[in-house]
Design a binder for this molecule. Structure first.
Ligand code: SAM
Ligand code: SF4
Length: 331
């Protein structure tokens, strides 16, 4: 029986998010500056063998069951499907998922599914062509739509859409997204804008509390709460009239889920982060490259998780924004 990764507040980390690159082909206004960021060098990034080794430790030693591949944009990393296959070989019953902006998905969906990817979350913040360009700062709306179709055809279901909501940018589209969820059977997740943007534009006024969106949706489409087996970061609902799909709300700012957080993150350069808002991370890459044994790595990982922060303090006087943006952490 595997040990578990428990922190000093009693939470167990069993959801691992692995960033495979800090690079991205979008420049979403809530994430990355228009000019991009200073990318990591090739040698600084974990090799697939190194990621596999860490994933093995998390799965075999510590009973991690969910692995999400993310970035930056994971599909810009060469042959990322090979990594999916390498992780899948550890245990075919693992829940391996990916968060992607979708622009390269059409060419990759089948390969990813064949390699063992179970589902995808596609980030899509607007259903308007013009707004898409204003938010992502690239013209890729049609390609993302192609990507969604390809993911469905490849069986990467249920498809989840991640919608980061910003006041004055897309908060008037909640009902349209709910309608799309019903038509397509998508699970739409509305995410509150967090202070992890590369441009430093975040301010409380730009955050739209999930409650507001939920009320707007319920005016049109009554919702029924889904009882989860265990506490989840998003509050999820199905449609009361039995239509397919559903909506969920990730209220990281208005109603933080820190007390039940089960997430742990590995950055592209092999830093272990216990919280999105951590002010420090535990570097694992150089330990591995220096020849550390699994036991040594395990001790370092256990000690880092034990010190997981109690929670973040967004909006409070003591809050300190981490130096890294979401794309550098791995959302
Ligand atoms: N590039 C991929 C994508 O966009 O799906 C994966 C990486 S992205 C950093 C992961 C998720 O973080 C996306 O759903 C994105 O919308 C979300 N995200 C990025 N910046 C955010 C912010 N400041 N607040 C809330 N969510 C954010
Ligand atoms: Fe790229 Fe994803 Fe950040 Fe947008 S949210 S800039 S797609 S990493």
């Amino acid at each position: 029986m595997a040990r578990v990764l428990r922190d000093s507040y009693g939470r167990v980390a069993d959801d691992l998010r692995i960033s495979v690159t800090d690079r991205c082909n979008f420049r979403c206004i809530y994430c990355m500056p228009a000019e991009g960021l200073k990318w990591l060098g090739r040698e600084e990034i974990l090799r697939y063998e190194e990621i596999r080794r860490l994933a093995r430790l998390f799965v075999e030693r510590y009973g991690v069951r969910t692995i999400r591949i993310t970035g930056g944009e994971p599909l810009v990393r060469m042959k990322v499907e090979e990594l999916v296959g390498m992780i899948g070989e550890l245990d075919p019953t693992l829940d391996i998922t990916m968060t992607t902006n979708g622009v390269l998905l059409a060419g990759k969906a089948e390969k990813l599914a064949a390699a063992g990817l179970k589902r995808v979350n596609v980030s899509l913040d607007t259903l308007s062509l013009d707004r898409f360009h204003d938010i992502a700062r690239v013209d890729a709306f049609a390609k993302v739509m192609d990507g969604l179709r390809a993911a469905e055809e490849a069986g990467l279901k249920p498809i989840k859409l991640n919608v980061v909501v910003m006041k004055g940018h897309n908060d008037d589209e909640a009902v349209d997204f709910a309608r799309l969820a019903r038509e397509k059977g998508y699970e739409v997740r509305f995410i509150e804008f967090m202070p992890l943007d590369g441009d430093g534009i975040w301010k409380p006024d730009l955050v739209v509390p999930s409650q507001v969106l939920q009320e707007r949706i319920e005016d049109q489409f009554p919702l029924v709460v889904l009882q989860e087996d265990r506490p989840a970061p998003s509050h999820n609902y199905r449609f009361a009239d039995g239509a397919p799909g559903g909506v969920g709300f990730i209220s990281s700012v208005s109603q933080a889920f820190c007390t039940t957080c089960n997430r742990v993150r590995l950055t592209a350069e092999g830093g272990l982060r216990t919280c999105l808002f951590s002010l420090h991370e535990t570097p694992l890459r150089d330990l591995m490259r220096g020849g550390a044994s699994d036991d040594t790595l395990g001790h370092v990982i256990e000690a880092a998780i034990w010190q997981k922060e109690e929670g973040h303090e967004i909006g409070q006087a003591g809050f300190i924004k981490p130096a890294k943006s979401m794309s550098q952490i791995g959302g």
